[in-house]
Design a protein around this ligand. Structure first.
Ligand SMILES: Cc1cc2nc3c(=O)[nH]c(=O)nc-3n(C[C@H](O)[C@H](O)[C@H](O)COP(=O)(O)OP(=O)(O)OC[C@H]3O[C@@H](n4cnc5c(N)ncnc54)[C@H](O)[C@@H]3O)c2cc1C
Length: 462
């Protein structure tokens, strides 16, 4: 039988890390790891035996948290009772996820397929379908959020495609080359100026080249997350009926100020707190993450302006992006403020006008008609930016018990650093995370996602 808790050993440990047979102190990572392995085995055997019960806490109800919750339900042992408690201080989509532009495609700015782009894309499509089915099952209803941007009677996915303009001469050949190796089910088309303007009238195409992603999607993020939560509740009900077991998914709208608050209550805690993970005392200053605030402006086309934005025209990516929400509504983003520590989603008048000053020239450089639209409001979110690696900026996943010195048998997992591509990564990585949690096996996770644990900032904190 394979080891029940498999953690990637740090490379600094040689074949015999304890040659003198000396006892390690309790805080030694190696001893903690042994203890963890034992605890995890005991926990799994209790689940697989007659007592049959697993309790998970998911901290955060953004893209990461709700994807993990869904996949925990999907992959849980069919004969065990299951309780998933989701904690969020604001509610569903309360931070970066709810503010995001909802632009979904598997490509870099130079249209190169991103790390594991095909799997990420395919898993997103599956999860979107899950959310769409939950909406169908429920029928139209209004959303209970305080945001005036989103309503439940609008579809969660807008299939209008995305167009990326090419603004720099030096990128033209690279992008043409990348277009040739695009994904089959999210293909790319190189367009000249006429073809691009056929899709978006009045588009500025300075280099006579643009890349069209006809299958790329525009998601309404809060609406999607609400539906995904509904899907979790529905699946829990189905599991209860089909397997005669007790399955619960609960949303607790409350802040978590330290992990100690939850000690002793769960088999595993999955930390999906986005940029605010750094505010938990257990992680403060220990993770290789940088917060970056982004402001998104909502603009409307007033009813006396005749030419609406066609529902078959794509959203636009350039130095700024335009995510069209309807014929007279668009989100324009986003700023990148690396210095801000402002976690609030509210945007002051002054911050909004600075954002407009920055974004309008960039957006109008490709879509001049945007100047006819009127500003109606702005919101902001903090991205949790991971370090840049040779494979791109990859999220941080893994078991973090080593850092926590907790004495209960709970397993602690981090799912963070989704950067500016949380929507693309959330489904595939949420699935991997859930599998790692259920099997107590960190090796389920690709090493690229756990290699951050070898970084100095983390190792020094242990
Ligand atoms: C302006 C902007 C635009 C973006 N546009 C896109 C885009 O178009 N496409 C794309 O793929 N990505 C986009 N992103 C990136 C994407 O939004 C993030 O990668 C993603 O939302 C991260 O998801 P998350 O679940 O990790 O974190 P979050 O969405 O931040 O979720 C964390 C949750 O934890 C809760 N929380 C935090 N601390 C506590 C606590 N102590 N106790 C209880 N609850 C807590 C918060 O309320 C929040 O709901 C954008 C980001 C920004 C800022």
């Amino acid at each position: 039988m394979p080891s029940l808790l498999r953690l990637r050993p740090p490379p600094t440990l040689g074949p015999n890390p304890n040659p003198n047979g000396r006892e390690y102190s309790f805080s030694s990572p190696l001893l903690s790891r042994r203890k963890l392995m034992l605890n995890a085995r005991m926990r799994l055997s209790s689940i697989r035996g007659n007592s049959c019960s697993a309790r998970y806490a998911v901290l955060g109800a953004g893209f990461a948290g709700l994807s993990v919750a869904w996949h925990l339900l999907q992959n849980s042992l069919k004969d065990s009772n299951l309780c998933i408690d989701i904690y969020d201080e604001v509610g569903i989509g309360g931070a970066a996820s709810g503010v995001s532009g909802g632009l979904l495609h598997p490509y870099s700015p130079k249209v190169k397929v991103l790390w594991r782009g095909a799997e990420c894309w395919n898993e997103c499509l599956k999860l979107l379908m899950v959310a769409e089915r939950a909406i169908e099952a429920r029928g139209p209803d209004r959303i209970g959020q305080d945001s005036s941007f989103f309503y439940m009677d609008e579809p969660i996915v807008c299939r209008r495609g995305i167009l990326r303009t090419i603004m720099s001469e030096k990128n033209v050949e690279i992008m043409k080359e990348n277009v040739r190796s695009c994904l089959e089910n999210c293909n790319l088309q190189l367009l000249d100026k006429d073809a691009a303007q056929n899709l978006v009238p009045h588009l500025h195409v300075p280099l006579n080249a643009a890349v069209y992603m006809p299958h790329a999607l525009n998601i309404r993020p809060v609406h999607y997350l609400q539906a995904l939560f509904d899907a979790c509740k529905n699946l829990a009900d189905e599991l209860c009926v089909s397997f005669c077991k007790k399955v619960e998914v609960n949303l607790h709208k409350e802040p978590i100020s330290t992990l100690h608050e939850l000690a002793g209550r769960y088999d595993a805690i999955i930390i999906c707190l986005g940029a605010k993970v750094d505010m938990l005392p257990e992680f403060s200053g220990k993770l290789p993450l940088r917060a970056c605030r982004g402001v998104v402006a909502q603009l409307k086309l007033s009813s006396d302006v005749g030419e609406e934005y066609s529902c078959s025209s794509p959203s636009i990516l350039s130095d700024a992006w335009l995510s069209f929400q309807g014929p007279r509504s668009v989100l324009m983003g986003s700023t990148w403020d690396w210095a801000s520590k402002n976690y609030s989603s509210s945007v002051s008048e002054e911050e909004a006008s600075r954002a407009l000053e920055e974004l309008l020239p960039k957006a109008s450089a490709v879509y001049p008609s945007i100047r006819e639209w009127t500003f109606v409001g702005a919101r902001a979110g903090l991205r949790a930016m991971p370090p840049l690696t040779t494979l791109g900026s990859l999220p941080l996943l893994g078991c973090v018990n080593d850092a926590l010195r907790e004495t209960d048998k709970c397993m602690y997992w981090l799912f963070g650093g989704l950067g500016s591509r949380g929507l693309l990564y959330h489904a595939f990585l949420g699935k991997l995370m859930a599998k790692a949690v259920i099997s107590c096996d960190e090796m389920v996770l690709p090493p690229e996602l756990t290699s951050w644990k070898q970084m100095k900032v983390w190792k020094d904190s242990l």
